[in-house]
Every structure is written in C-alpha cells, then in structure tokens.
Write a protein that binds this ligand. Structure first.
Ligand code: PGA
Length: 260
C-alpha cells in the first residue's frame, strides 16, 4: 500500500569526497532490495557530486532546504529550479533545526511546501513538539497547529506527492527515541488530521518517524501501522548503520532486493 521510505538527512556534514564515498557504500548495501524507497539528503555543496554518483541507482536525491522563489535577488538562497537541475526529487522542509535555529515559521514553510509541489519536488515536511511541550502534554495541539499552518491550501493531488515526518524535537540527536507506542499515537493523530482534511488521500500519504533512529531501535517503531518510514540523522552518516535501518524497514514479504 504505502511503500516504506527511508531518508538520510546528512545535515551540515561531509565534504564532497566523503559524501560520494558514503553514497557509494550505501548503494553497495541496498542495491537489489525491493519494495522500499531510499533517499539521501546531502548538504548543498555535495549535491552535484552525489547526484553523479547516484546515476543509474535506485537511491533518490533530496535537499535539506529550499527557498520559495525560482530565481532572483535572494543572496545565499537556493531555488527549486537549481535543485531540479541537480536531479533532486525531494526536499526536507520545516525541519526543527530550521524552525529553532533559523526562525522559520509555519507560514514560510507553507510557502516552501507549495513551491516545491509547483516544481514537482516532493516535500518532506517535519512537525513535532519540543521537550517542554511534550512535558506539558501538548503534543497533539502542537502537531495540529503545525499541520494547519504548513499544509494550508494543498489540493488532493498535492497531498499525494507530500511526505510528512513526525520528529519529536526531544528525540532529535539526543539518543532518546520515542517509544513505538508514542510514535504510533502521534502518527495515528496525524492521519486523523489528514482524513478530516482530505479523506480520499489519508491512507496514501506516508508519515515518517524521525529522532535518534538506530538500527537496534527502529524495527519496532517501523512495525507500527501508521509508521511508513524514517528520517534518519546521525545514523545515516555511516553506511553500515543506514543500510541496517533500511533492511529493518523492508516490507515483511520482501525477501530479495532492490532493482538497480
Ligand atoms: P537524528 O536526527 O537521527 O540524529 O536524531 C534526525 C533528524 O534531525 O532528522
């Protein structure tokens, strides 16, 4: 039904040589695996080199951010057309680090989501509560607010090309992963929000979990009915752990592997 999707978010790490080596090692480990989609998101400076290394592989390429305009006087920004030119089919938007460190608000993220869709780039849109919000038991409230803000004006067709990532901020880079039941609760809530907005696509949209995913903790999270994949930070920087995470996410009936 929903093809599992595992996305590596390399954040601000790796030079072009390191990035190319990593993606070659990842491909060696996942080639031949079927029934799963694998995407890597290098920093902007490594996109071109990684794009070349990924030619004729079944690994997709994504960026970690993007601006809302196709071109113009926006010093330091990167446009959807530039990403497409390098072969990017995905873009992470609204990551909690963009929200917390760079002050991105739901309204801007919403514009970016609509822009990505306009240029046929799949947006992977992050939502999730901070530790304080978690402790105040405001998870659902926060998710709902971010959902309403970042997904304004999406059509049913747009939704079919959109990926949501639930990333509790308290789990990102902390080694503290959500319990499978916590993840499932949040994911099921997101799917309810989806159903109340666009019932006909609610079952199609993939909802990824993110936050301290490791090879030994992801299987149980991935086994939850509303978890359709993972957004992996730290553990995506080592081929071995990333490959293991991909393998632990294969649909149960898939024994063999990726068509290259
Ligand atoms: P982490 O990062 O796996 O290192 O916690 C996840 C993310 O920020 O996307």
């Amino acid at each position: 039904m929903r093809t599992p999707l595992i996305v590596g978010n390399w954040k601000m790490n790796l030079n072009t040589r390191e990035a190319t080596n990593l993606v070659k090692s990842i491909f060696a480990g996942v080639r031949g695996l079927g029934g799963i989609e694998v995407v890597v998101c290098p920093s902007y400076t490594a996109l071109s080199a990684v794009s070349s290394a990924l030619e004729k592989t079944n690994i997709g390429l994504g960026a970690q951010n993007m601006y809302t305009e196709p071109e113009g006087a926006f010093t330091g920004e990167i446009s959807p057309l530039m990403l497409k030119d390098l072969g990017c089919r995905f873009v992470i938007l609204g990551h909690s680090e963009r929200r917390a460190v760079f002050g991105e608000k739901d309204a801007l993220i919403n514009k970016k989501v609509l822009t990505a869709l306009k240029y046929s780039i799949v947006p992977i849109v992050c939502v999730g509560e901070t530790l304080e919000e978690h402790e105040r038991r405001e998870t659902e409230q926060v998710i709902q607010r971010q959902f309403e803000g970042t997904f304004k004006d999406l059509t049913a067709t747009d939704w079919k090309r959109t990926v949501i990532a639930y990333e509790p901020v308290w789990a990102i880079g902390t080694g503290r992963t959500a319990m499978p039941s916590q993840a499932e609760e949040a994911h099921a809530f997101i799917r309810e929000l989806l159903a109340s907005r666009v019932n006909e696509v609610a079952d199609e949209v993939r909802i990824l979990y993110g936050g301290s995913i490791k090879p030994d903790n992801f299987g149980k999270i991935m086994a939850q009915p509303n978890v359709d994949g993972g957004l992996v930070g730290g553990a995506s920087l080592k081929a071995e752990s990333f490959i293991e995470i991909v393998k632990s996410s294969l649909p149960k009936n898939e024994t063999s592997g990726i068509k290259s």
